[in-house]
Design a protein around this ligand. Structure first.
Ligand code: 8YV
Length: 313
């Protein structure tokens, strides 16, 4: 009998879906009309869960899956998975470490350039037939900006390499200083913000919430930019919106939000804000690689092995 697998968020690569369907009995929870009935009917048989980084899986749902052996996160963030429950019950929680690093870093730099050079605004200006009427205001140079990176993990390091190639001095904060990088360590967020023209958020959100608040934004100041490719909840969104409305920071490039897919309405009309729909890892190449890692996690588990990328067991 094929193992039953519950998909909590869509997998967008057809070949990965085909593999899942050929190897397992797959229940697509995210599109099911009656989710409680689905769990009632199959909950006891589900041995694997596949979920997105932002979606994760709640304790309440895991409690209804007594045969669960593995939660394969199709992403790197495991902040939305109840890790304590998984550990207590010997459930493997795996993530796609390494697969999305380059794409997420690419988008971070892309968002910063798009924001300070107002690329989306320029695009709208051309499409709206405004070229030749009133001139656009001048933008801000990216090359040479002082970049402050919050979280120097895989993504943070890949961002640093890219920004350094643009002649940007790099500072970072993390739980500790690293001696294998040439960048300046700054212990406090406010101090990092004060010393930076742009703060790029690349930190895990397992323990951190609302760390980019009014004090940090005011330290960044009216010429500073915030770029977030990590998790919306790292930012106090109310404080961020207020700082943008009041002109206390220069702009923001945001791929992630507190309550996705809901984006604060105040941001929608701002020229100095560039918005994305949580797409930093959304390329064919990366999502294929991620899907292959998810398949490998499921296969190892159902073969009675511990997946190499398990964080909980
Ligand atoms: C993905 C993410 O968009 O890696 C993560 O933690 O949030 C993103 O890369 C998501 O996991 C895709 O489902």
């Amino acid at each position: 009998m094929k193992p039953h697998v519950l998909l909590l968020s869509p997998v967008l690569i057809p070949a990965i879906n085909q593999q899942l369907d050929s190897l397992y009995t797959v229940h697509r929870y995210f599109e099911h009309k009656d989710q409680p009935a689905l769990i009632e009917a199959f909950g006891a048989q589900i041995r694997g869960v596949v979920s997105g980084g932002h979606t994760g899986i709640s304790r309440a749902l895991m409690e209804q899956l007594p045969a669960l052996e593995v939660v394969a996160v199709n992403g790197v963030g495991t902040d939305a998975v109840d890790m304590a429950y998984a550990r207590d019950h010997g459930i493997h929680v795996t993530a796609t470490f390494g697969a999305l690093t380059e794409d997420v870093a690419d988008l971070a730099i892309g968002l910063l350039i798009a924001t300070c050079r107002e690329i989306a605004r320029g695009d709208r200006y051309v499409r709206d037939g405004e070229w030749g009427n009133s001139p656009l205001p001048l933008a801000r140079r990216f090359s040479g900006m002082r970049v402050g990176i919050v979280g120097l993990g895989r993504v943070g390091r890949a961002v640093a390499i890219r920004a350094a190639a643009f002649g940007c001095p790099i500072s970072y904060t993390d739980l500790k200083a690293f001696d294998d990088v040439p960048y300046t360590f700054v212990a406090g967020l406010e101090e990092l913000a004060r010393d930076s023209d742009a703060l790029i958020l690349a930190a895990a959100a397992d323990k951190a919430e609302g760390i980019i608040d009014a004090r940090v934004l005011d330290a960044l100041g009216k010429d500073g930019y915030v770029i977030n490719v990590a998790r919306g909840k790292l930012v106090n969104e109310t404080d961020l919106v207020a700082a943008l409305v009041d002109g206390r920071i220069a702009g923001a490039g945001l791929d992630v939000f507190v309550d996705e897919p809901n984006v604060p309405a105040a941001l929608l009309g701002m020229h100095n804000v560039v918005l994305q729909a949580h797409r930093a890892s959304a390329t064919v190449e990366t999502r294929t690689h991620m899907g292959e890692m998810v398949l490998a996690s499921l296969a190892a588990t159902f073969a009675g092995q511990k997946p190499g990328n398990s964080l909980s067991t």
